[in-house]
Design a protein around this ligand. Structure first.
Ligand SMILES: N=CN[C@@H](CCC(=O)O)C(=O)O
Ligand SMILES: [Zn+2]
Length: 435
């Protein structure tokens, strides 16, 4: 067995560890061959193997099957999961989890009746977060983001996308993205990064074109030179960036190898969906405001519609029409949008509950959305998002629950009892972790 140094906790660990989880009540999202996504009526199907075993070796899924067919396995660690379900870890494909400070003063304004746009116009919102982030050092930001990373691991997340967009100057955007990269080095999370310089226009720009020029001519090349971003994003919304500006910025990013992922149709029908389709975006995200035309535009494309019900919940807005999208044959992905302004919550199981309760998705559809489909939304579907031989050994074990549907049903409950990432036991509260 080979040893190694644990990046996050500074402890020696056995990276060649073999783990056998046996007597699993239900092994969820078992796919012999991983699809790139599931769409339309197929979203209602969630493959679950009852009374199963799962064998993890060298950080990968080695084998799984029915208990009565389990071969002899010489594992270092044997976990008895009777009464429990094992899920592939969630993939959270849209977050802003690097930020300097929370914004609960705006929360109170919202309670008193101010809208998201009114708060932004008063210098709150994204510009408020940018001001605080500019005054925070890279190391301080990392320290704060590490706490959130540990938090989401406890909620069952194993891979995450993190955006910039609270820097709004070249040096501060780079600072945010460096922190996101350092999170991957310092935690067991798989991290994908997105450059979101086009999140808001800073106050000091009387001509918005000057800021857009800065994004295209200075920020994008600087971010690319350090290899800091996989994707490029813009907040395509009234009062933020127009569809034409969004398209221009997406095309500029593409020249540097960054594929678009767009904030689209959150507050209005913004044209963001059509720009996403036109620029070959990997995903269009939010989609609270969708007409027939937007749904039709997404059909027969490779763009993943990504729903962020935590933002609609927090802002008390209409939820995306998930049923209409699924009935139109589209896939949908789910993510948290974890950020200090519109969704201060990184808990994927709660997103599943909101998907079911508020968007009328079934538990099967919600689980497919937060695993295999959200993996596609950050191009990780070949390695994450399902229990498939050869994929990364990222799983969690639930507490003793009656069914997998209990996960979205018991909203807010903490139902995750153990987490294994990259084949390492990260935490457990029902068996002791080997020294
Ligand atoms: N909508 C734009 N960006 C974030 C919110 C940012 C903020 O208010 O800080 C979102 O995805 O909801
Ligand atoms: Zn967002």
């Amino acid at each position: 067995m080979e040893g190694g140094y644990h990046r996050s906790i500074g402890l020696f660990y056995f990276c060649g560890m073999e783990i056998l989880i046996q007597n699993i009540k239900g092994l969820v999202q078992v796919r012999e061959k991983s699809p790139r996504w599931v769409a339309g009526v197929d979203m209602a199907h969630l493959p679950v193997l009852e009374n199963a075993f799962l064998h993890l070796k060298d950080g990968k899924i080695e084998n799984y099957g029915a208990m009565e067919e389990m071969p002899l396995i010489n594992a270092d660690e044997i976990i008895n999961a009777s009464g429990r379900f094992v899920f592939p870890s969630f993939v959270d494909s849209h977050t802003h989890l690097v930020f300097a400070a929370s914004r609960e003063e705006e929360f109170v304004y919202k309670i008193k009746g101010m809208s998201y746009q009114e708060i932004a116009a008063k210098g709150g919102g994204i510009l408020n977060s940018a001001k605080k982030l500019q005054q925070t050092t890279e190391d301080e930001l990392l320290e704060r983001a590490m706490i959130r990373a540990e938090e989401i691991i406890g909620f069952g997340t194993g891979a995450v996308e993190i955006k910039s967009g609270y820097g709004l100057t070249t040096k501060d955007e780079i600072k945010m993205l460096r922190v996101a990269k350092r999170l991957e080095e310092n935690t067991p999370l798989r991290v994908k990064t997105t450059f979101l310089g086009a999140h808001a226009i800073p106050k000091e720009y009387s001509d918005r074109n000057d800021y857009i020029k800065l994004i295209k001519e200075e920020m994008i090349p600087a971010v690319a030179a350090e290899g800091l971003a996989d994707y490029i994003d813009a907040f395509c919304e009234k009062g933020f960036f127009t569809p034409e500006e969004t398209e221009d910025i997406m095309e500029a990013g593409k020249k540097y190898g960054m594929r678009p992922k767009i904030h689209a149709n959150q507050l209005h029908i913004s044209g963001g969906v059509q720009v996403g389709v036109k620029t070959g975006a990997l995903s269009v995200d939010h989609l609270e405001s969708m007409g027939e035309e937007e749904i039709t535009a997404l059909q027969n494309t490779d763009v993943m519609p990504t729903l962020l019900p935590g933002a609609a919940f927090f802002l008390n807005m209409t939820y995306p029409p998930a049923r209409k999208m699924i009935e139109a044959g589209l896939p949908v992905a789910l993510a948290t949008d974890y950020n200090p302004g519109s969704a201060p919550c990184g808990k994927m199981p709660f997103m599943l509950s909101l998907a079911c309760i508020k968007m009328k998705m079934t538990p099967e559809e919600a689980i497919n959305s937060g695993t295999i489909n959200s993996a596609y939304a950050i191009e990780l579907q070949n390695d994450y998002g399902s229990i498939t031989k050869g994929k990364v050994a990222n799983v969690f074990i639930t507490s003793e629950i009656p069914s997998y549907a209990y996960m979205p049903y018991a909203f807010g409950a903490n139902l995750i009892d153990a987490t294994i990432l990259n084949g390492e036991i990260i935490r457990s509260n029902f068996f002791s972790i080997p020294e």
